[in-house]
Ligand binder design. Structure first.
Ligand SMILES: *Cc1c(COP(=O)(O)O)cnc(C)c1O
Length: 457
């Protein structure tokens, strides 16, 4: 088949049968998307043979590059044994091996004996669902069934299932489903550039954290847990916490005896410069959600890690019905666990956060420079995770009109220059694989800077 008819065939199969996520399909039908057929390192190859820098790490999951030899081999070796067997009623070698390695990594970051129990699921959303159900049922087992209120943040994102949407706070994604959601308490987002409380740093004294504490106090008898993305509200617009905020929230949770749930689905595995983002403020959650980077971006897998206090509350006689009634068909899938095991071996052998550090420094300098430019309101980041917020007017921080789709235009322009990125509205997201080379990172940043000046003007 010649190349043109091959492309036409793939294009029409996609157009006729696939409903793409987060995509207005009426627009999609008119578009000419890349059709990826291969990859190597930080590059994706399309059906025409063009190579594109994977500037979103294939939606934030690919931390070590594509076709990383050790991960490829681990999956192949596991395929030679068994692809899948269930964790309902039996154990499997791959999930046990992974659990041991993951417990060791988590201990290295959070201390021995703090976060000990690993519950497997399939993606970030389910890892959060599991955390919410665990925290709720933990209280029920302690005789406090009235504790049904979760407190989370405006601009938070925890996934797309209804439980995780309930604790989410991104209106554009979530408002359509409001009638289906359970009630939660929403604390203000620590979004200093556009402080929802109209305050400014450092004089504010972290009033946003105080507001969260008042919410906990006002609901002291019904709070089941506090859930947030530590250090950065990612999908909500790359909003980075002011220093001290995370620590304050953790202290509030400890003071009130409320489980602190850290959703590190996006930040885990070195993305922010530490293995886990909680480490930036020396904070230890009661429940930790991990997914995206866990398998190096190879296969869907997630874990919810709980401490002994939570776990022990579920122990009892069979007839007491204290069992955690949750699980999925593919819970603890051996192929995915083998991929994750290979990733953790790499973390053990190589200092992944340390190797990313010089690149994070390059990114930080670039952000500082970007912030001086016209139409850049704020350029912010931590580790190899950053956002450039474009504004129509720097003085007034006026947004570009939503319909103008400036972020989207920047992404299209970048694609012409060989870089794939995906913005969040008018926030340009910088999220390369942690393994990106310095020249490739520099190239990526040059392309974005050029695309911004061509599109925002
Ligand atoms: C992406 C993300 C999720 C959801 O993960 P999925 O794998 O898309 O279900 C949850 N929490 C955070 C912080 C995320 O970034």
């Amino acid at each position: 088949m010649n190349i043109d008819s091959r492309i036409a065939r793939l294009r029409s199969l996609d157009r006729e049968h696939i409903w793409h996520p987060f995509t207005q399909m009426a627009d999609w039908a008119k578009s000419d998307p890349l059709i990826i057929t291969g990859a190597s390192g930080c590059f994706l190859k399309d059906v025409r043979g063009g190579w594109y820098l994977d500037g979103v790490s294939s939606l934030w999951v690919n931390i070590l590059g594509h076709r990383r030899r050790e991960i490829d081999e681990a999956i192949k070796a596991q395929l030679g044994k068994v692809a899948h067997s269930t964790l309902l009623g039996m154990a499997n070698e791959a999930s046990s091996e992974l659990a041991g390695k993951l417990a060791a990594l988590v201990q290295k970051s959070f201390g021995a004996g703090r976060l000990t129990r690993i519950f497997f699921s399939d993606d970030g959303s389910t890892s959060v669902e599991v955390a919410l159900k665990m925290a709720f049922q933990y209280w029920a087992h302690k005789g406090e069934k009235q504790r049904t209120l979760f407190i989370s943040l405006e601009n938070g994102y925890h996934g797309d299932t209804l439980g995780s949407v309930s604790v989410g706070g991104v209106d554009i994604f979530h408002s359509a489903f409001k009638p289906l959601l359970f009630r939660t308490g929403k604390a203000p987002s620590p979004y200093c550039y556009r402080c929802p409380l109209g305050l400014s740093r450092p004089g504010c004294g972290l009033e946003c954290a105080a507001a969260l504490e008042r919410l906990v106090e006002a609901n002291r008898d019904t709070v089941a847990g506090v859930v947030l993305e530590p250090m950065v509200q990612a999908a909500g617009g790359m909003i980075f916490f002011p220093a001290g905020y995370l620590k304050r929230v953790s202290e509030i949770c400890n003071r009130h005896g409320v489980p602190f749930i850290a959703d590190e689905v996006a930040t885990g595995f070195g993305r922010t410069g530490k293995t886990f983002a909680c480490e930036h403020e020396g904070v230890v959650p009661d429940i930790l959600c991990l997914s995206k980077g866990l398998t190096g971006g190879y296969l869907p897998l997630a874990v919810t890690v709980a401490n002994d206090k939570i776990y022990n509350a579920f122990l009892g006689g069979y007839e007491e019905l204290k069992t955690f009634f949750h699980g999925h068909s593919y819970t603890g899938n051996p192929l995915a666990c083998a991929a994750a095991s290979a990733v953790l071996d790499i973390f053990d052998k190589e200092d992944i956060p340390g190797m990313a550090a010089p690149k994070a420094a390059i990114l930080k300098n670039w952000l500082r420079d970007m912030e001086t430019r016209q139409f850049v309101g704020e350029a912010r980041g931590l580790g190899l995770m950053a956002g450039v917020e474009l504004v129509a007017d720097k003085e007034t921080k006026k947004h570009f009109p939503w319909e103008q789709r400036v972020g989207w235009k920047v992404a299209l322009k970048a694609l012409e220059k060989g870089l794939f990125i995906r913005p969040l509205g008018n926030v340009i997201v910088i999220m390369p694989p942690l393994s990106v080379s310095q020249p490739n990172l520099e190239r990526m940043l040059e392309v974005i800077a050029a695309a911004v000046s061509e599109c925002a003007g």
